[in-house]
Write a protein that binds this ligand. Structure first.
Ligand code: SF4
Length: 165
């Protein structure tokens, strides 16, 4: 694993919880039975059905869908962990920019809330994502996950049993 293989999920989990990032990246999959994950899948299956969805690039980043004027869309269930969703979408803009795709913008869609949020990439974001990518490689290559720190989201996390019981 190096900085070129970092996916949007790595970035998302990095901002949600670094311990979750480690679990996810080290083959501990517990997401399939999680209620939030099931709701996310249902939203995916029932919204924006007319769009060509899940555009996989380089086998690394997976964009929900793209509309006119190079607008990348990321669909989220709620605004609860909005910072992580914004970072994930900025990472897609950053990843593509680094590979010569210019003039792209992003939008997070919250179909259940009937809301959306426009996202652009600044030079400061690029520096932050570069440093996050280096940090992610370090975290997931470690032999053990980062220490447990209780968070507001733990109760609804798929890894709750591993961390808290
Ligand atoms: S239960 Fe809490 S600490 Fe453990 S992985 Fe989930 S969010 Fe992170």
């Amino acid at each position: 694993m190096d900085e070129n293989n970092i996916s949007g999920m790595h970035i998302y989990y990095y901002y949600v919880c670094k311990r979750k990032l480690w679990y996810f990246s080290n083959g501990l999959a517990m997401e399939s039975e999680n209620e939030n994950v099931k709701i996310g899948k249902l939203i995916d299956e029932t919204t924006y059905k007319q769009k060509k969805k899940h555009i996989m690039i380089d086998n690394t980043i997976n964009i929900d869908f793209i509309t006119e004027h190079k607008l990348l869309h990321e669909v989220k269930k709620s605004r609860k962990i909005e910072e992580a969703g914004i970072a994930q979408l900025k990472y897609y803009l950053y990843y593509l920019k680094k590979r010569g795709v210019e003039g792209i913008k992003g939008r997070i869609d919250y179909p259940l809330l009937k809301q959306s949020l426009n996202v652009e990439l600044s030079e400061e974001d690029e520096r932050e994502l570069e440093s996050a990518a280096a940090d992610i490689v370090k975290i997931i290559s470690a032999a053990l996950p980062p220490k447990f720190k209780s968070k507001r989201i733990c109760k609804s996390c798929a890894y709750y049993d591993l961390c808290c019981i």
